[in-house]
Design a protein around this ligand. Structure first.
Ligand code: ATP
Length: 356
């Protein structure tokens, strides 16, 4: 396990009566790609701005390499913030934009030249060094902004919605590029995003925030497979929910009276209002043989998503149709249409139960 570069200890930030960040504690490891994620207004930008030094915590401490930097101004922290707008100097070439920070530090010209050349190569901008920002594509501008932020070798690079200005296809390419770059430079990246898919792709670990509170911090796999609560379950990926009452022997009694098998987490006791949840890809269509959970329903909508088919199935378990994901070849073997009756099943191990 690598050591912690940043420790956020009980940090809160109030703006007048509003608590934007509420008692958040987190440790971020060296060389980690960390994502801060949550719905609009959850406080992720405020937390990032406190890490950068643009805001001061109302309570708590921020330690960088063990030293308290809570009140250290931005330019005195070995931390760099890359803005979504990139903030490139329009009248300067790519090379001049990248070398600016080192020139301000008064580095010798030979060192500046070699570090800029190295950074141009790392960010694959070698052929574009003499261009001005308005002669670059969105993805190229993004790489210049990254090069400019990385050339000063910060301990931590903070990125606020780094891919927000790019279209969907380019975002996908740049996600891979960003991960490669982080790996190559070996600097801790903390990225703020409201895009849960992006966080799943990019992050080694992620923190999910809501109303300023930290709900869960773990690897994307753990957060996806073992969400801390029903909010996280619905926010990260797609989840089907069936409300009911927890059964003392395990599982949830659904609104149609059937028992949904699954194990109760420690926080949920029998008799308590609870919600059973299952991921669309864990549901089997027309299950053969023994399966713990079975229900039937009517197909109310169908949507092709390239490799898979998504079925919306109205079941007696919930008001909202269940979403079921089947692979294209399963769909080819058994063509389905709106109005068809289907059987659904999933195993007890794939049920997640939360308090409601
Ligand atoms: P988004 O995804 O919309 O950018 P966010 O999760 O980044 O949202 P923040 O920008 O951190 O959220 O804002 C958290 C809360 O704090 C919001 O209710 C916001 O209105 C409030 N807030 C942020 N900055 C200030 C400020 N300078 N003064 C007053 N309130 C603020």
């Amino acid at each position: 396990m690598s050591r912690d570069v940043l420790e956020i200890e009980g940090v809160s930030k109030k703006f007048g009566p509003l608590t934007a960040v509420d008692d958040v504690s987190l440790s971020i490891h060296e060389n980690e790609f960390f994502a801060l994620l949550g719905p609009s207004g959850c406080g992720k930008t405020t937390l990032l701005r406190m890490l950068a030094g643009f805001e001061t915590p109302t309570r708590g401490r921020i330690l960088l390499d063990g030293a308290d930097v809570s009140r250290t101004p931005p330019n005195r922290r070995p931390v760099n913030l890359m803005f979504q707008s990139y903030a490139l100097f329009p009248h300067m070439s790519v090379r001049a934009n990248i070398s600016y920070g080192l020139e301000m530090e008064g580095r010798p010209p030979a060192e500046i030249r070699s570090r800029v050349d190295e950074m141009l190569a790392t960010t694959q901008l070698g052929g574009l060094a003499d261009r001005k920002p308005d002669q670059l594509s969105g993805g190229q501008k993004q790489r210049v902004a990254l090069a400019r932020a990385l050339i000063k070798r910060p301990r931590v690079l903070l990125l606020d919605e780094p891919l927000g200005a790019l279209d969907k296809k380019l975002r996908g390419d740049m996600q891979i590029e960003l991960k490669r770059l982080q790996h190559e430079v070996g600097i801790t990246f903390i990225v703020v995003t409201h895009d849960q898919e992006e966080a799943l792709v990019l992050a080694d670990r992620m923190a999910v925030l809501k109303d300023g509170k930290l709900l869960q911090c773990d690897t994307p796999h753990e957060v996806y497979e073992h969400p801390a609560d029903a909010f996280v379950a619905g926010f990260i990926g797609v989840m089907n929910f069936a409300e009911g009452v927890a059964l003392a022997e395990g599982g949830v009694k659904a609104r149609d009276g059937s028992a949904i098998a699954g194990s109760l987490p420690r926080a949920v006791a029998g008799g308590q209002a609870a919600v059973a949840a299952v991921r669309p890809e864990r549901i089997v269509l027309f299950p053969a043989g023994e399966i713990a959970n079975r229900t039937s329903g009517t197909v109310v909508a169908l949507a092709y998503h390239g490799l898979d088919l998504q079925l919306h199935v109205q079941t007696p378990l919930a008001n909202k149709p269940f979403l079921v994901r089947v692979t294209a070849d399963t769909a080819d073997r058994r063509p389905l249409a709106v109005g068809d009756q289907v059987e659904l099943g999933w195993s007890a191990a794939d049920t997640r139960i939360f308090s409601n």
